[in-house]
Design a protein around this ligand. Structure first.
Ligand code: ZN
Ligand code: ZN
Length: 535
């Protein structure tokens, strides 16, 4: 059975915008255009899908995120919003109910900050002993300390006879040897290693939940942007068991696990059961908000400190040489203009060494990529993939770290499109949720959390922003002949959104909802139907 979509705006991202209808058969787009023509070729069994004035677009393609990391975080309870001990208790209790955590199972929280708690101190086990049927461990936002309840302390065999380990402290009640639950440095690190890993069934459950989040956001191609053996093995097993519904492209940790490309050669550059191994991933620096991005010029008010690179040039050329030689794509995390320069210079060297191949190297983040560096990006056919939502989430911090001039040009997308350089846009999930509607809103408005416009001249139009998460992203994955636009012969991967993103006031884009996600003609998500009824 096929489907005919009609009676709504259809954004195709091809030359033929706003056609009357789209005809899909066996998951492939058969025809885009006049209804009268569709009537000639469709048959009685095909279903007419009335869009009721809503908008049909190509499904989103995620150029960079970490789907298995998102799955991992879903297992943990986020306590960063807790303002007092009671909040911690209540948030954990909600989490326990929502996740249906049973008697005896672990409740693990992270991200509380004693500085932001009314009590101005760490909670102790009496707070967490509210849970007397579950071991509980919560981690401080620094990751260096935490608090366990009595049941967890029992499991860790920590009692009044336990000595402090070297380099660590076991907290005690005043004038007593009895542990109060607080564990610091090695005392904490030693025990947190004892928390059991989820078993395979739990991992499957968590993966499906993460996948659901992508689907609800209209994403049908997702990324695992840093696969060590652990992520690669899990994804491979999931795909073998036919447990992946969307398309997932993973990139091997090139520094430590580059032989994943040999181990999983059968999925290298091609999908099998919805999983593809796209190539390699390397990191060249840190993050701008953490002041570890490697810059050409010092950070604001920081003496001569300008962050630092991960590798010397020699090593980076070696990585690129290997990728070019094997004709395999490589993604390089580079945030600061120093790291971007290293990426470009070293890749150029490899092209000189090995000759240029169509490996479509991706410069991931490129937040402080200089406008003067774009010429080289273009010359080398490097794809910059921007994390433009940063402007909203951390824009105000970037002003403090870099000063207004550099902050304004964070993610210089307009300069990029002006030079006709193909770019993509990502959310680096789980850093933030994979919300591409919000990402587009950021790219066209560039409003920070404080409500200021940061970098007016780098705002782009909605159509180009949409391309950054559809057709351009398809190109990044070497899938532009199958995905990213609504054209004859491509996959019927669509989303239906409740308003036309090209027609609403651009400040209101944020309020648009994905109401349907359709893969190869089948509905994977329908906002009007409970997700669980469909799966
Ligand atoms: Zn990164
Ligand atoms: Zn990432």
């Amino acid at each position: 059975m096929g489907h005919i979509y009609y009676n709504g705006d259809i954004i195709t991202l091809s030359e033929n915008e706003y056609p009357e209808g789209v005809y899909e058969k066996n998951g492939i787009i058969e025809y885009v255009g006049e209804i009268s023509e569709i009537k000639k070729i469709c048959d009685d069994k095909d279903e007419w899908v009335d869009l009721c004035g809503k908008t049909l677009c190509p499904a989103f393609i995620d150029p960079h995120s970490h789907i298995t990391s998102l799955a991992n975080t879903l297992r943990l309870c986020n306590l960063s919003k807790a303002n007092c001990f009671d909040d911690i208790k209540n948030i954990l209790e909600d989490f326990k109910l929502k996740r249906n955590i049973k008697k005896g199972e672990w409740i693990i929280g992270f991200g509380y900050d004693n500085n932001f708690l009314i009590e101005k101190k760490h909670p102790d086990k009496t707070v967490l002993d509210f849970f007397n049927e579950n071991p509980v461990l919560i981690t401080h936002t620094s990751g260096h300390m935490g608090v366990a309840n009595s049941m967890a302390l029992n499991i860790f065999s920590i009692d009044e006879n336990s000595e402090n380990p070297e380099g660590g402290v076991i907290g005690r009640f005043e004038n007593s040897k009895e542990p109060n639950g607080y564990l610091e440095e090695t005392a904490f690190i030693n025990v947190s290693k004892n928390i059991p890993e989820p078993n395979f069934d739990e991992k499957v459950k968590l993966f499906k939940e993460a996948e659901k989040i992508y689907i609800q956001n209209g994403i049908l191609t997702a990324q695992e942007g840093f696969a060590t053996y652990s992520e690669a093995d899990l994804l491979y097993k999931l795909s073998n068991d036919n447990l992946i519904d969307i398309d997932v492209v993973m990139y091997a940790d090139m520094k430590n696990n580059s032989d994943i490309t040999e181990k999983y050669n059968d999925i290298l550059k091609k999908y099998k059961n919805n999983l593809k191994l796209g190539g390699y991933k390397i990191f060249l620096d840190g993050s701008p908000q953490g002041k570890t991005a490697f810059m050409k010029e010092p950070y604001k008010d920081s003496g001569d400190y300008r962050g630092y690179p991960v590798y010397n040039d020699y090593k980076v050329v070696e990585f690129f040489d290997k990728a070019v030689e094997e004709n395999i794509q490589i993604l390089g995390h580079s945030n600061g203009d120093g790291a971007c320069q290293q990426f470009l210079d070293c890749y150029e060297k490899s092209v000189e060494n090995k000759g240029e191949k169509d490996i479509r190297p991706v410069l991931i983040h490129g937040q402080l990529l200089g406008i003067d560096q774009l010429e080289k990006v273009k010359k080398l056919h490097v794809i910059p993939s921007y994390f433009v939502s940063h402007v909203y989430y951390w824009g105000d911090i970037h002003k403090m770290n870099f000063g207004i001039d550099r902050a304004r040009n964070i993610s210089p997308i307009k300069s990029t499109t002006d030079k006709n350089i193909l770019f993509t846009m990502h959310t680096d999930t789980p850093v933030i949720m994979p919300n591409f509607i919000e990402e587009i809103w950021c790219a066209v408005n560039r409003i920070t959390k404080n409500g200021e416009v940061l970098g007016e001249s780098q705002r782009i139009d909605v159509y180009n922003a949409l391309k950054g998460v559809t057709i351009n992203a398809a190109y990044q994955y070497f899938e532009e002949d199958k995905k990213g636009s609504i054209e004859k012969g491509k996959y019927a991967d669509f989303i239906v959104i409740d308003k036309n993103i090209l027609k609403v006031d651009k400040r209101d884009i944020k309020n648009i909802n994905v109401i349907k996600t359709i893969k190869r003609g089948s509905v994977l998500f329908d906002r009007n139907i409970q997700f669980d009824e469909q799966h």
